[in-house]
Design a protein around this ligand. Structure first.
Ligand code: ARG
Length: 581
């Protein structure tokens, strides 16, 4: 059920437009730009006037005269060039709010077109430390996956591990160089493996032979060489363990842990299809696919390198085939930073040429980089790469400054405080990211992101916990929730804000833009705060009013919790604050 106040007004407007013989495609309202004048506005008269060459105010006045007869309008006015401003009756809003509170989905509807969506996010690489780009991809992807599921889509999330490219040959050859063979590989832990990769990276930058060797070993590994495969499997497994631990801390989840290597067989098929269709050609020993030179020339895609190895692009193309054939995807969405835009443009074009996923919608959602205060990519204070673990630790340190020490509060030992610290620290990191539109990069606000005030995750968690505490107290005093009565302007404003939730979720889903939810969540918490200060609950003038306000508070709490959930953020039942804060 979607409990939008607009629905009732729109259907009434539709009848009126038909009665007045006006095109009913303009019979809809939007939330008013002028909350002081009205709750909703209809701009249809302006659009119609242009088409019909009539005076917009005249059309507006005729519509308004009909609207006057409706039982849910408090007041109607035609303003400016012909805006129809509508203010709703309090009872009408209250009834809708009651219905939202009784609804399991809190008034949110589902998509009209449920389908199978594959989300490709995270994209970490074997043996490489995850950086803030992998963090952004994971945080955004997790939120979008929750939104997509909530609106009723069938969602599968795949991490698409980078496990099949030249870096694999680089580590293996580095280990052979240092150890003489691969005998000790199975004893290496993730720290050692990462270190080998770092050294291999430095070596390959300086030394052509080393690079050539790495390439040769990559081709052999892909070709099925037993010894390299065994060693590679260990590197892969150790990396997956470390990556899982990292993402677990952030509550970023995947249904599939497929990697580029899982597409190996399908890569072979793609090469054959391309040859059969006459799309590929041989160029300097490599097999390439040339792309249309339309408005923006794109470099050709190398599907098989001259040494026979498959590259990043081919593994992505083949993975699309697997997702279409085996997972029956209707839509595949990728989340990476904007440096990969050309890569995705190229592979989407190749997929179209090959005709391997004709009915699948392919979309690359790219994000900007996370910068430090200096406007350069975010680094640690000493200039090092900001990896995920460092970031979480830094956030926890900040949060600890606002929390009491273990055992300063009864019932809160080290375990409880640590859990709370983790929940708040992750909320701080995620909210700081998700409050920005995906496309824009942002500056990591080192000093403010974990504060309990301002536009932060902890502020919203705090708002939830504050309502939890009111509801606990009310319960202890035998106060219940009851029918909603809207009298004070702050009650009315809160109810109107709550009524926007369906639209907010649907917009976030259509645009794949969690920032719409983050923005709404913050503004709902603020509107609630104004209500809380103006409208006492426990000491309201009558029990009915107290029950009504408690119901408004409970619905706000439930919606805030749902919004946090959709952002991938936990809502602790209780929040603590250090004495001096
Ligand atoms: N592993 C890649 C990287 O670190 C990201 C993978 C993105 N997903 C994809 N299907 N290409 O840059």
């Amino acid at each position: 059920m979607n409990l939008l106040l607009e629905n009732k007004i729109n259907s009434e407007l539709c009848n009126i437009f038909q009665k007045l013989e006006l095109d009913d495609k303009f019979a809809f309202v939007k939330v008013s730009d002028r909350a002081d004048l009205s709750d909703f506005q209809c701009n249809g008269a302006l659009a119609l006037a242009k088409i019909m060459h009539k005076n917009p105010r005249e059309i507006g006045t005729a519509i308004a005269a009909e609207l006057e007869k409706c039982d849910f309008c408090e007041s109607i006015s035609v303003d400016g060039p012909g805006f129809i401003n509508i203010k709703l009756k309090n009872d009408f809003i209250a009834q809708n709010t009651d219905a939202m509170a009784d609804d399991a989905r809190l008034g949110c509807g589902i998509t009209e077109n449920p389908h199978k969506v594959i989300l490709d996010y995270g994209g970490p690489n074997v043996a490489k430390t995850m950086h803030v780009g992998h963090l952004r991809s994971g945080v955004i992807g997790e939120s979008v996956s929750r939104i997509e599921r909530f609106v009723g889509n069938d969602v599968t999330c795949d991490v698409h591990l980078g496990d099949w490219g030249t870096p694999m040959g680089m580590i293996l050859s580095e280990i052979i160089l240092q150890d003489g063979n691969l005998d000790k590989v199975s004893s290496y832990d993730i720290a050692q493996i990462t270190e080998f990769y770092k050294q291999a990276n430095i070596r390959c930058k300086e030394d052509d032979n080393a690079r050539e060797n790495a390439r040769r070993i990559t081709a052999k590994l892909q070709g099925g060489d037993e010894q390299y495969r065994r060693a590679w499997e260990h590197l892969r497994n150790e990396s997956i363990k470390a990556i899982k631990a990292n993402y677990e801390q952030l509550d970023v989840n995947f249904d599939l842990w497929w990697g580029e290597s899982d597409a190996h067989e399908a890569c072979g098929e793609i090469v054959k299809i391309a040859q059969a269709k006459g799309i590929s050609e041989v160029d300097a020993g490599a097999q390439i696919i040339r792309l249309a030179e339309s408005n923006k020339p794109k470099p050709p895609v190398i599907i098989v390198k001259s040494d026979g190895a498959f590259g990043y692009q081919l593994t992505d193309i083949a993975t699309i085939k697997l997702r279409a054939d085996d997972l029956h995807a209707d839509e595949i969405v990728y989340f990476t930073d904007n440096r990969q835009s050309l890569h995705f443009e190229q592979i989407f074009e190749v997929v179209q040429k090959l005709g391997i996923a004709p009915d699948v919608k392919l979309q690359h959602i790219m994000f900007g980089t996370v910068n430090g205060a200096d406007g350069k990519p975010f680094k640690t204070r000493d200039g090092g790469v900001m990896d995920l673990e460092t970031l979480i630790e830094m956030s926890k340190d900040k949060v600890r400054q606002s929390l009491p020490k273990p055992d300063e509060v009864e019932g809160y030992g080290a375990d409880e405080i640590n859990k709370l610290t983790q929940q708040i620290a992750v909320a701080a990191i995620k909210f700081q990211d998700l409050k920005n539109t995906i496309a824009s990069g942002y500056v990591f606000e080192l000093d403010d992101f974990a504060k309990f005030e301002g536009k932060t995750g902890p502020y919203i968690q705090y708002a939830v916990a504050r309502i939890n505490s009111v509801l606990r107290k009310a319960d202890a005093n035998g106060l219940q929730t009851g029918k909603i009565i809207l009298e004070a302007p702050e009650e009315r404003a809160l109810a109107l804000k709550l009524a926007q939730v369906h639209n907010v979720v649907m917009r976030a889903h259509t645009d794949k833009e969690p920032s719409i939810i983050a923005e709404y969540t913050h503004s709902l918490a603020q509107v609630f705060s104004t209500f809380y200060n103006a409208c006492p609950m426990m000491s309201a003038a009558t029990p009915e009013l107290a029950f009504s306000r408690l119901k408004l508070a409970k619905l706000t709490r439930d919606i805030l919790k749902l919004m946090l959930y959709l952002l991938g953020i936990e809502a602790p039942e209780i929040m603590l604050k250090a004495e001096n804060k």
